[in-house]
Design a protein around this ligand. Structure first.
Ligand code: ISL
Length: 588
């Protein structure tokens, strides 16, 4: 019986070695290589990153002041949530000026300086394209609602009231649940899949489409490197607005993503804007399934590069209960199944994405790991290991590199998100159980992922001199950049190491993914193979120690490339795993 104990320092040496030698093996990858496949995307919610002018709201100058921190992460792309003119009904996802900067965030001069600063540091910038809907305060809508013959009338979807009530459409945010709002000025209803202040744009209208493509070109000419496209799957509607077809009962989201002209519009967008630049595009694939995904991303269709699916985000909810998670946690078998299935979707064609959190989700540590003090470090690092070792572009949410966790507000007054506030009102109007609702929001509410970034242990976590727009998580005294930069074993330094490892090993980007021990309920293990290079990834998703037996046919364990804990115990082919241990091991 052989006991190997390898200190972490060795892993670092091995990473450096592989970084030097990776050039040769990188040559072997076919000409399907793309910068956006090899990139690590870091998502910043500008409202909560860094406030430079003391109004309690993050801004562009704040991001500029932290560019060296962003660079130090080793990431390639920054995706910024919307920074455009907006009355902020939905924190910028309600745009009133597509070519201007939100006042609270700064000016176009600040934007130009930010873009320059990123490009100087070889970081690409991706903006949020929110064109399923605009704000009701956008000039187009202000005009559109004035009269039925206004030139902008057809920029939105109107249903004249003398035709009777339109067929029901569900709204994500409306307190009444209906996506139609009556407007007395013209005695007509307008469509809003999200809040009443987010009327849906009418893509049937070629003039509207041209406005959007011109606007995209405006930003591309400035040098922007791509767009993340908000609910882009929903832009095409059957404008006869029939009753919801039976096949979509219980799944209106799938109906919204199945518009009759969707792919014509995306092809047109590609031709008129995207294809003119070497940029990346990623769809928020709400309602997109494994069957329909290729229609968005197959290169020969000339539409978009990537999409992110929602199947992973759907895991762990109580059946039939929107936004209430099972207190017993989620099933790792289901988790493995979903990510394995989505890997296979793009195994031959197209390209995937992987993420465990964003501005619409709770913190990944609380939801998929374990935020108890004893386990937060190990489980954060384990989840990062998963994200950085899948065959898909990782979208990493700011703050996860520190192990930020859910704030778990007790009172409705602490929430700022329209989704939580309106759902609370809806529950109240329906005489629902408000305590139960608030209990659920502690885990699932979007504001959990939107609390200010934790820079140091000074007042307001160094985010702002003023009272922040959303409360700071009290754990900032311990969980913050300043503390973690100093600690070589911090979650932050582990994230940096993991990014380096992904960049050093082409097999982690392009290699074939093979799931091992499918039925194991606590360990997620897989290999990644490119040409003759193979690595094993072993992740213990539970707080119980366990043993993973390496299957005979995968080769023998070589160097330990990464280990989120200090030690590794390998006995023949049995790897003893501590709670939330994560390992990446070279296979020979
Ligand atoms: O956030 C959700 C559930 O909590 C989703 O249903 C979300 O509304 C959906 O994914 C669409 O999200 C995008 O568009 C919304 C905006 O509020 C989200 O922040 C954005 O990511 C409307 O623009």
């Amino acid at each position: 019986m052989k006991n190997i104990k390898l200190p972490t320092i060795l892993s670092i040496l091995f990473i450096s070695f592989f970084m030097i030698t990776n050039k040769a093996s990188a040559q072997k990858i076919d000409n399907d290589r793309k910068w956006w496949k090899e990139a690590v995307v870091y998502q910043i919610y500008p409202r909560s990153f860094k406030d430079s002018d003391g109004d309690g709201v993050g801004d562009l100058k704040g991001i500029i002041s932290k560019l060296d921190y962003i660079k130090s992460l080793g990431i390639d792309v920054v995706w910024l949530n919307p920074i455009f003119g907006s009355p902020n009904d939905d924190n910028g996802y309600d745009i009133s000026d597509y070519r201007g900067i939100m006042k609270e965030f700064g000016t176009m001069k600040d934007f130009d300086a930010l873009l320059k600063g990123m490009h100087e540091r070889k970081i690409k910038m991706v903006l949020d394209l929110v064109v399923n809907h605009s704000s009701d305060e956008h000039k187009w809508f202000q005009e559109s609602r004035k009269s039925r013959d206004n030139p902008y009338r057809n920029y939105y979807h109107w249903w004249d009231a003398e035709r009777g009530k339109p067929a029901h459409r569900f709204s994500f945010f409306d307190v009444d649940g209906s996506a139609w709002k009556y407007d007395s000025t013209t005695n007509a209803y307008y469509l809003h899949y999200f809040s009443r202040k987010q009327p849906d744009l009418n893509w049937e209208n070629p003039k509207l489409r041209k406005e959007i493509f011109d606007m995209m070109n405006f930003w591309f000419k400035k040098g922007v490197d791509g767009f993340r496209m908000d609910v882009i799957s929903a832009i095409s509607k059957d404008t006869t607005f029939p009753e919801l077809p039976a096949k979509y009962h219980g799944d209106f989201v799938a109906y919204y993503a199945d518009g009759p002209h969707l792919h014509e519009y995306l092809k047109e967008m590609n031709k008129e804007a995207l294809s003119k630049y070497y940029v990346m595009s990623v769809a928020e694939g709400l309602g997109v399934t494994t069957e329909t995904a290729h229609n968005f991303v197959d290169p020969d269709r000339k539409e978009l590069n990537m999409l992110y699916h929602f199947e992973g985000m759907g895991i762990g909810y109580l059946p039939g209960q929107f936004k209430h998670m099972d207190p017993n946690g989620y099933s790792l078998l289901e988790f493995k199944n979903v990510y394995t299935k989505w890997d296979s979707v793009f195994a031959k064609k197209g390209w995937g994405t992987v993420y465990l959190g964003n501005h619409d989700q709770p913190r990944m540590l609380t939801r998929w790991g374990n935020d108890a003090p004893k386990y937060r470090e190990a489980s954060s690092k384990m989840l990062t290991t998963f994200l950085m070792t899948m065959r898909a572009t990782p979208y990493y949410y700011f703050g996860d590199e520190l192990g930020m966790s859910n704030i778990k507000f007790d009172r409705i007054e602490d929430y700022k998100d329209i989704e939580t506030i309106n759902m609370y009102e809806k529950t109240k109007n329906e005489n629902g159980d408000l305590d139960y609702f608030l209990q659920g929001q502690k885990i699932s509410a979007r504001d959990n992922g939107r609390t200010p970034f934790q820079w140091d242990d000074s007042k307001n976590a160094g985010f702002s001199n003023a009272t922040p727009w959303l409360k700071v998580n009290p754990n900032y005294k311990k969980v913050n950049v300043a503390a973690e930069e100093k600690d070589p074993n911090s979650i932050l330094n582990y994230f940096k190491k993991m990014v380096k490892l992904r960049k050093a090993l082409p097999e982690l980007v392009y290699g074939k993914y093979e799931l091992l021990d499918k039925e194991n309920k606590t360990v997620y293990a897989y290999t990644r193979t490119l040409d003759n290079k193979k690595v094993l990834v072993v992740l213990n998703f539970s707080k119980m120690p366990t043993t993973f037996d390496m299957p005979k046919n995968i080769g023998t364990a070589g160097q330990v490339l990464i280990n989120n804990l200090k030690e590794i115990t390998l006995q023949k082919r049995a790897i003893k795993l501590q709670p939330y241990q994560a390992l990446v091991i070279r296979l020979n």
